[in-house]
Design a protein around this ligand. Structure first.
Ligand code: FPP
Length: 270
């Protein structure tokens, strides 16, 4: 009897909390100016391990699993607000140095996600792409990735870019190798190499630079993510751990972004 009263009270509290979040989301959305939304958002999804530990779970993968819900919320919000691109740091080149059990679980999670989300991606006109050393992925993950990329290739809405086995320094090295090859073949003169030459030889130059870089879990680092492209990105750090990151948090980041004065090194003329 007492137990069921307690449960009822907890359920009521949950309902009230959910209603408060919904009100806050509406209020934030109302205050957003569509013309000032970031075009391309990049997210360092951090804090999965701490999220699992805070619940007394020793397996970090439980945090990664919970993190897929946050991925869904971010993708859905960006697509609904008609952003052009969302880049998610899903697995770094350095992440291969984690225990085999964790990297393997992450690769299986990625495969499940890529298969499970196909209908959603199609319904929301989202094109999935991936950047990084994709040949490093195990066959089962690579096949699921290739199939989802093919299926969504003609979609014209949000581009969802998964950074996989990704390293910013490696991406720059990849661009430099391509330019060196052109020089070796006599198709390019060293003096003709300008900043745009590097940009054009990155993994996905068509995405353009991110306007906003978000990092969850409070760490103040860029962790080898999009090193070339974030030259003038606005940076937003939140203490929220990635598995807890929801639409309301993304909207808060967008509202904060809209308050920034982006000068790109010039003086503010307004
Ligand atoms: C960093 O948290 C996060 C990762 C290494 C992996 C991110 C992966 C996901 C969110 C899984 C779902 C994604 C897709 C696209 C299926 P951490 O483990 O370093 O956290 P910690 O700093 O608290 O230890």
């Amino acid at each position: 009897m007492i137990r069921s009263a307690k449960r009822e009270k907890a359920a009521k509290q949950q309902e009230a909390d959910a209603a408060a979040v919904e009100r806050r989301e509406k209020e934030l959305e109302r205050s957003l100016k569509p013309s000032l939304l970031p075009r391309h958002v990049a997210i360092i999804m951090d804090g999965n391990g701490r999220w699992a530990r805070s619940r007394g779970w020793s397996e970090r993968i439980r945090g990664h699993e919970a993190g897929t819900q946050a991925v869904r919320a971010a993708v859905e919000t960006c697509a609904r607000l008609k952003l052009e691109a969302l880049t998610l740091y899903a697995f770094s080149l350095e992440n291969w140095q984690r225990p085999r059990r964790e990297t393997s679980a992450l690769m299986h999670l990625l495969r499940r996600f890529l298969v499970a989300e196909r209908d959603e991606l199609m319904e929301n006109n989202i094109r999935l792409i991936a950047t990084g050393r994709l040949d490093d992925l195990p066959g089962y993950a690579r096949q699921a990735l290739d199939k989802t990329r093919e299926m969504t290739a003609a979609n014209t809405g949000l581009v969802l870019n998964l950074a996989l086995s990704y390293s910013g320094r490696e991406e720059i090295a990849h661009a430099v190798r391509a330019l060196a090859q052109q020089v070796a073949e006599g198709r390019l003169q060293p003096d003709d190499i300008v900043q745009e030459s590097i940009t054009e030889n990155l993994y996905a130059p068509e995405l353009g630079d991110p306007d906003l870089l978000i990092r969850t879990s409070g760490e103040l680092r860029v962790s080898n993510f999009l090193l070339w492209q974030i030259a003038y990105a606005e940076i937003y750090i939140t203490d929220v751990l990635w598995p807890d990151f929801r639409k309301v948090h993304l909207l808060e980041a967008f509202v904060d972004y809209q308050k920034r004065s982006r000068r790109f090194g010039k003086v503010d003329i307004n």
